[in-house]
Structures are given as C-alpha cells and as structure tokens.
Design a protein around this ligand. Structure first.
Ligand code: XUL
Ligand code: CO
Length: 434
C-alpha cells in the first residue's frame, strides 16, 4: 500500500503553473553545458531526517506521521515509503546511516542480521527503481556507548565496537555500489578539557581513519571517503571543526590523499564561515568531495537543518563547484528536516521541491556567472602582475630574500593601491541572476 497515495510523480511544469506539487525551475532533463540538470546536480534525499526521525526536539516528542516502530517490520515499511518518495520526487540518489535503515539488535549478530535483511530488500528496491546510493555512513553518536565519543572514546572496547560498525557499513556501502562513504565525527570532540587528553584523542582518531582507508583498499571500494566537518553540537568542541582543521588533521596523519570533504552549509555557518567559504577552501586545497545542502536560521545559533531557500547565496557555491569541474563522485544531499509543525505527509514533498527549485535557480545563476566569466576575468586581472618577471621568479621558487631586496633597491616598483572592486562585483553577481 502506498504511503503517499494522493501524490503522483512530481512533474516539471515551469513558472507559469501554480501547482505547488510540481517543479517550477528544476527540469531534470534540461541540458546545460553538455549535461542534464539531474547529472549536474546529483540530488540525494537523506533517510534520517525524512524517514527515521519522528519530529521530536529537546522539549517534546515526535509529531510526524511515521507509522513504523523501531523493529524489522517497521524498517521494511520505512524502506517501502522511502523508495516511493525517491521515485515520486524523481531523485537519482539517497544517503543513509546503518541505524536509519535497520534497528540495532540485542547482540552484534542480531544487529548484522537485521541489516542484512534490509540491505537485501534495499538492493532489490534500488535495482527496480534505478535510485542509487550517493553515500552510506555509520551512526557512531546515538547510542549511549558513544557518549564519550567513538574513535576518541577513553575506552578501547568502544573504539573497537565503532571500528566493527564502520567495517560493516563500509562493506555494505561497497556492496550497494555507493559513490562515497561519509564519516561525520558526531561525538569526536570534548565536553570539557578538564577530563580530556587532546593529544591521545587526536592520535586515536588518526589511527581510526587510517584503518578505514586501509579497509577501503582491502575490499576494493572505489568510492570516495569523505569527512564531514562540524565545529560543535553535540559536543562543545568537535575535532573536525571546519575544512581547515580537517586539512591539518589529514596532513598530520598523512591521509590527505585518502579523504575528501563533505561540506554542509549549516556546519559552515556554525563554524563562523559561509558555505561559500568552506566549499571554496575545500576546492582550493584539493579536498572537495560533496555537499550537504541545508541552511541555519540567521537568528538561531544552532544546527536547524532547514531546506535551502536563498538562491543567490547558493549560486556562489555552485559557481565555485562549476569552476572546479563539477561534482565527480559527490552530489547534493538534502541533510535538511521539516519543522516540527509540518505534520502532513505531503510536507516532505513541498520541502524537497522547494530545495530542488532553489538549487535549480541558483544553478542557472551560477551558469550565467560561469559563462559570462565576469568574476573569473576580474580575478585573473587582479593577479595579472604575477606574470611579470619578478612574479614568475617568486612562483618558480627562484627568488630569494636577496634577489627580492635587489629588485626593491633597483626602484621602479608599481605599488599604487588598486581597487578591489567589491561593490561592483557584487552588482555584477546580482545582475547575472536570470
Ligand atoms: C549531523 C550531520 C549528519 C551527517 C551524517 O549534523 O550532518 O547527519 O551528515 O552523519
Ligand atoms: Co550532514
């Protein structure tokens, strides 16, 4: 029996139609820059917010209509509803944590049995529908055993338990032909420094990540391993604070060739950055992998995980991704949730339609910036001086403090301040919106 019986496949109707259960901007088949919009944007629905979560918050119980219990029969109903949703929405991908799709049992064996049963049904649903796995991951933060962290737990048995969980989830992702495997350090951080050995916890996390990379090679998983930075929540301070902290961590443990980053908008803003900054930073350091699309609330300081609604802000993110050649294994996962009062089943459609239309409008804007090259030309012009002999000698590592000193003493320097043209460029960006 259908979970969304009154909803048909969501069509693209264009801006003239007022039908709310349709796309007004996202036209999956439309070809731009040699690929369809669906191929460029690689949308994914996340299992946890949309199907596993009950709509509770710290002050109150679940409000959403998710009529399945936390047992295997419930997991089967949830799977059927999720695939009905993916197909009716028309997305190519989804993402899950191990515990979203199957309940933990009383023993490790029972947990694996539950996962196996659902994984087989999932493989069948994927083959039938053509909906593929963007990434899999393990929930290493929900169970009380992980209250003091998983890889950074003071207890090595908890570390081992987390390792077993990741082994299983990585193998499952490989089996389901997932394009990536994500590690979000849910509780890899501290609540207080008074009881925390920072050096030890960093080394534990480093060794854990090395083992994940080793196992990836061993089983022949060809997807990308992704770390997802977040500065805080649930812990006071998380070690994968932002893209730059992840880069330092990866370099320390010689892992920068093994991992890329999954950048989430609301995590970037929690860290005091813009989404644009985090994506641009990851690209500039060859670490860009995938994105979790959502937004925070500008007046609230926490991870509200709302669906994106601001196309202009998103356009700059997509512009950077376009300049970098687009997604390869990565994609755009809606790590976003409904508000607690959104209790109608169709709210899930409105939320995703809005998110996808916002991204489609942003993409159109990004293409305009990309095609007209207004920003690229301004950037190139700003650094044009580096083509000069002195610029080249520095870039080619031929210059020394002495040769530069000689250059300065020879006089004839051109150091007049030049306009950064920020306001003009902001106007160009605004005008490029179509
Ligand atoms: C939590 C978060 C996670 C990861 C996957 O803030 O973003 O859902 O995306 O574990
Ligand atoms: Co996320």
């Amino acid at each position: 029996m259908a979970f969304f019986p009154d909803i048909e496949k969501i069509p693209y109707v264009g801006t003239a139609s007022a039908n709310p259960l349709s796309f007004h901007y996202y036209d999956a088949e439309k070809k731009v820059l040699g690929k369809s919009m669906a191929e460029h944007l690689r949308f994914a629905v996340c299992y946890w917010h949309s199907f596993a979560a009950p709509g509770d918050d710290v002050f109150g119980d679940g409000t959403w209509d998710r009529p399945w219990g936390n047992d295997v029969a419930g997991a089967q109903k949830k799977l059927a509803a999720a695939f009905e949703f993916f197909e009716k929405l028309g997305v190519a991908y989804f993402c899950f944590h191990d515990r979203d799709i199957a309940p933990e049992g009383a023993t490790v064996r029972e947990t694996e049995k539950n996962l196996r049963l659902i994984a087989d049904e999932m493989a069948t649903a994927m083959a039938r529908s053509g909906v593929a796995l963007l990434w899999g991951t393990a929930n290493l933060f929900g169970h009380p055993r992980y209250a003091a962290g998983a890889a950074t737990n003071p207890n090595p048995d908890v570390f081992a338990f987390a390792a077993d969980q990741v082994k299983t989830a990585l193998e499952l992702t490989h089996e389901l032909e997932g394009q990536n495997y994500v590690l979000w350090g849910g509780r890899e951080g501290y609540d207080t420094l008074l009881n925390t050995d920072l050096r030890r916890e960093s080394d534990q996390l480093g060794r854990f990540m090395e083992m994940v990379a080793e196992h990836k090679q061993k089983i022949g998983f060809e997807g990308t391993l992704l770390i997802e930075p977040k500065p805080c929540e649930p812990t006071k301070h998380q070690y994968d604070f932002d893209a730059a902290s992840c880069f330092a961590f990866l370099q320390k443990y010689d892992l920068e060739k093994e991992f890329k980053l999954n950048i989430e908008c609301n995590h970037a803003t929690l860290a005091g950055h813009s989404f644009h900054h985090e994506v641009a930073y990851a690209i500039a350091h060859d670490l860009f992998g995938s994105i979790d699309a959502n937004r925070g609330d500008p007046q609230n300081g926490w991870d509200t995980d709302q669906f994106p609604t601001n196309a202009e802000e998103f356009a700059l993110v997509l512009y950077e991704i376009l300049l970098a050649g687009g997604f390869s294994n990565g994609g755009l996962n809606f790590d976003a949730k409904l508000r607690r009062q959104s209790v109608a089943r169709e709210d899930l459609f409105h939320a995703h339609i809005g998110g996808m239309d916002t991204v489609a409008r942003a993409f159109d804007h990004a293409i305009a910036l990309y095609e007209t090259q207004v920003l690229a030309n301004a950037r190139a012009e700003r650094y044009a001086g580096w083509q000069s002999p002195i610029g080249q000698s520095i870039q080619q590592r031929k210059a020394t403090l002495e040769t530069l000193s000689a250059h300065v003493h020879a006089g004839d320097l051109a150091m007049e301040p030049v306009s950064g043209r920020q306001e003009e460029l902001e106007n160009l960006v605004a005008r490029a919106a179509r």
